[in-house]
Ligand binder design. Structure first.
Ligand SMILES: [Zn+2]
Length: 228
């Protein structure tokens, strides 16, 4: 009987976790906008197009997990950064989707750089939750076979952005506007380095994109699943 009660209790606990995560809303932000589309990939495709495709894939994967999604910037008309976080008010997490580049002087050797990075700000009012979500997303990306780029921590190759969670590729970027200005927990994901010729191709593969999106969604779900 005690055993049976334990089974029932753990089933109820599982349902509670599922319900608390399922009721969460995630603002999925498409980085950049049509007039200023961000970096240009090795083959000449603007970053905004990569961000748009991945954001829609993340939305699909989050909805599969019964989470609510609010897309921000999918029409390509958000020129003012703080309008993004303003229009995300009420959401539980802000996830900004980007694709990475390297410093201009390193562009000739861009094929050396690859992998994902996740950024958070210590000035975000939910800094602890932001880190939990960023770590969970990084861990899921690693689990899906992707590798942290790490170069953003380097003073020469990157911008000396300290690691918040080195293993999972999470960096502090304290003045990052979309992380700082957000009222809710906020993370920025750089999915891959599109100035690298191989990674440019890889990031346009729908199956790779789906795996990245599933990892971002799964990590998001996991960081809310820990709530009481
Ligand atoms: Zn970007």
């Amino acid at each position: 009987m005690a055993r049976r009660n334990e089974v029932i209790l753990s089933a109820i606990a599982g349902m509670t976790i599922a319900f608390s995560a399922a009721s969460k809303e995630v603002a999925v932000d498409v980085g950049h906008y049509a007039a200023e589309p961000g970096g240009i990939s090795a083959s000449g495709v603007p970053e905004f197009e990569f961000n748009l495709a991945l954001a829609f894939a993340v939305k699909t994967e989050l909805e599969k997990l019964q989470m609510k999604v609010r897309l921000i910037g999918e029409r390509g008309d958000y020129a003012v950064l703080h309008h993004r976080t303003r229009d995300a008010r009420g959401a539980d997490l802000f996830v900004s989707i980007h694709h990475d580049s390297v410093k201009e002087r390193l562009l000739p050797e861009a094929d050396r750089f690859s992998g994902f990075s996740v950024f958070i700000s210590r000035f975000n009012p939910k800094a602890e939750r932001s880190l939990a979500c960023a770590s969970a997303i990084g861990a899921r990306l690693r689990g899906a076979g992707f590798t942290p780029s790490r170069y953003h921590a380097d003073p020469v190759l990157g911008e000396s952005r300290p690691f918040a969670d080195e293993e999972n590729g999470v960096h502090y970027y304290d003045n990052l506007a979309v992380a700082r200005a957000a009222a809710m927990a906020s993370v920025l994901v750089e999915a891959g380095v599109i100035v690298n010729r191989e990674e440019d191709q890889r990031m346009r593969d729908p199956e790779v994109r789906r795996r990245i999106a599933a990892a971002v969604a799964g990590g998001t779900r996991a960081c809310f699943g820990k709530e009481p």
